[in-house]
Design a binder for this molecule. Structure first.
Ligand code: ATP
Length: 483
């Protein structure tokens, strides 16, 4: 794993956030190559989940969430992990990280048995909206519901119950605590009716979203695997209650295919059927899709049958009907929902771990050396193709190479490189996972054999095999191998 973390930093995939100030625990930034990889993943997810289907539409909801939403969904009350402190070394851990030695509970860091009792720790991150700063006097507390001016059955609970306080700042303005959403799903549920009306979809249909989520994880760890700020790709697929279990199977299979199509082989994926006692109480069935990371087998995605829990809760709390009217049976009911919920950052990490490899390849002089290669599926690779003039001081070679860059650029992300020996240039691209390299040489100029004029060498990263391709065929050849 150290080699992977170091490559990520060295080549600009992932940096520690605020690094020059010492970093921020559990928060990461994606560099020039990381952002491309992440985009390729998100775009492919969007393509197969939304664009290639008739009955799924998209949403891009806000991160700041009215506290009432998260009260209704159960997050304010119950979105917590059990927290334990070690009195000896003062480390703080999740209760499931405490190690048991000969039946005795010990601190995983110092081995001490002097641990506190486990207590609930809510994982949501809070912030304030309204013009208040740390010096402003807080003069008046009111229920958060006052802020919306809304009334309704769900609005009657007091601020102390929800731990969310609306206050007045010095000028009498209302200020309140709000949460950064801990999952993207709730924005989808609260817009169920709006989207049903505008899209005029019939069951089964889905709403998809990709966006940031925040969790105040007790122990962020394993690089980006467990972060405090991360992105999710979630689909809420609404259906008739009786279709739920069949669709749960369908989505589990679809999601497994997705991972295979981005280069994660089935043999490295595991489907865990979450046992009854570990499932959320409202779930009728949950699968965790896990990947064999170098630090162990861990969840990439959860696929769950959430029944009608979320919509029912929001209907109750908001006082607004979230029912579906079935025109065939003339019945009204609250749909059930199947949720495939994937993590962008965890999948990016899995892609990098899966792609990382070392092999032996000859250097310029034919001597074998260790080559580091990221064997990304071409679909996911940050840069699709590199273009090299054989020599940088031969103007016709450089001009032709730049012409090829201009030809390819509207179709795929290409990178031009003229510096250093050609072998070194190939190695640099191998290390960042560029699947194709094009070299413009003297044959391209027709200097050796007129038949080879306007052809180039196309090199494939993994096999290092080279073939001669006509410049006019490059766009189609590359597109067909990347798609
Ligand atoms: P875990 O058990 O690992 O904490 P979870 O079961 O709480 O995960 P879900 O609430 O099902 O996770 O969220 C759906 C997906 O969001 C997860 O499968 C994961 O890919 C991603 N995710 C959740 N928490 C984090 C996190 N702290 N950092 C990065 N990704 C996360």
């Amino acid at each position: 794993m150290e080699k992977i973390v170091s490559l990520c930093k060295r080549r600009g995939f992932i940096f520690q956030s605020s690094e020059i100030y010492g970093g921020l625990n559990g928060v990461w930034d994606y560099g020039p190559l990381g952002v491309e990889l992440k985009r390729n993943l998100k775009n492919y997810w969007w393509r197969v989940m939304v664009h290639e289907r008739d009955n799924i539409v998209g949403l891009d909801g806000s991160i700041l969430t009215n506290p009432e939403v998260l009260k209704a969904s159960g997050h304010v009350e119950g979105f917590s992990d059990l927290l334990v402190d070690c009195r000896t070394c003062k480390s703080r851990m999740r209760a499931d990280q405490v190690v048991g030695k000969k039946g005795v509970q010990c601190c995983p860091r110092c081995g001490s048995q002097d641990l506190t009792e486990a207590r609930e720790f809510n994982l949501m991150l809070e912030t304030r909206i309204g013009s208040i700063d740390s010096r402003s006097a807080v003069t008046y507390a009111k229920p958060a519901a006052d802020l919306t001016g809304a009334t309704g059955p769900g609005m009657s609970s007091t601020s102390s119950e929800s731990q969310l306080v609306a206050v007045r700042g010095p000028a009498g303005e209302l200020v309140t605590s709000v949460y950064l959403r801990p999952e993207t799903a709730q924005t989808i549920f609260v817009h169920f009716k709006n989207i049903l009306e505008v899209s005029r979809k019939k069951l089964p249909f889905g709403i998809a979203q990709i966006g940031k989520a925040f969790r105040n994880e007790i122990n962020p760890r394993n690089f980006t695997f467990r972060s405090r700020e991360f992105e999710q790709m979630e689909l809420e697929y609404f259906c008739r209650p009786e279709e739920g279990m069949k669709l749960l199977e369908y989505w589990k299979e679809e999601r497994l295919k997705f991972y295979e199509n981005i280069g994660i082989p089935r043999s490295k994926l595991h489907v865990l059927t979450v046992p009854d006692e570990e499932r959320a109480f409202y779930s009728k069935g949950t699968y965790d899709i896990e990947y064999e990371f170098p630090f162990g087998r861990h969840e990439l995605e959860g696929v769950a049958n959430r029944t009608d829990y979320d919509l029912s809760q929001h209907q109750k709390a908001s006082g607004k009907s979230l029912e579906y009217f079935d025109e065939e049976t003339k019945q009204k009911f609250i749909p059930h929902v199947i949720e495939p919920s994937a993590g962008v950052d965890r999948t990016v990490l899995a892609l990098i771990c899966e792609a990382y490899s070392e092999d032996q390849a000859p250097d310029e002089k034919g001597k074998m050396e260790t080559r580091t290669v990221l064997r990304f599926h071409p679909r996911m690779a940050p840069i699709k193709c590199a273009v090299f003039p054989l020599l940088k001081n031969k103007e016709p070679l450089v001009a032709k190479a730049k012409e090829i860059v201009d030809l390819l650029r509207p179709h795929l992300f290409v990178f031009y490189d003229e510096s250093g020996a050609i072998g070194r240039r190939y190695r640099r691209q191998d290390e960042i996972g560029t699947p194709f390299g094009i070299t413009v040489d003297f044959e391209t100029l027709g200097e050796k054999d007129a038949k080879l004029r306007d052809t180039v060498t196309l090199r494939e990263r993994d096999s290092m095999k080279q073939e001669r391709v006509a410049i006019k065929d490059l766009v189609n050849t590359l597109k067909s191998r990347i798609h």
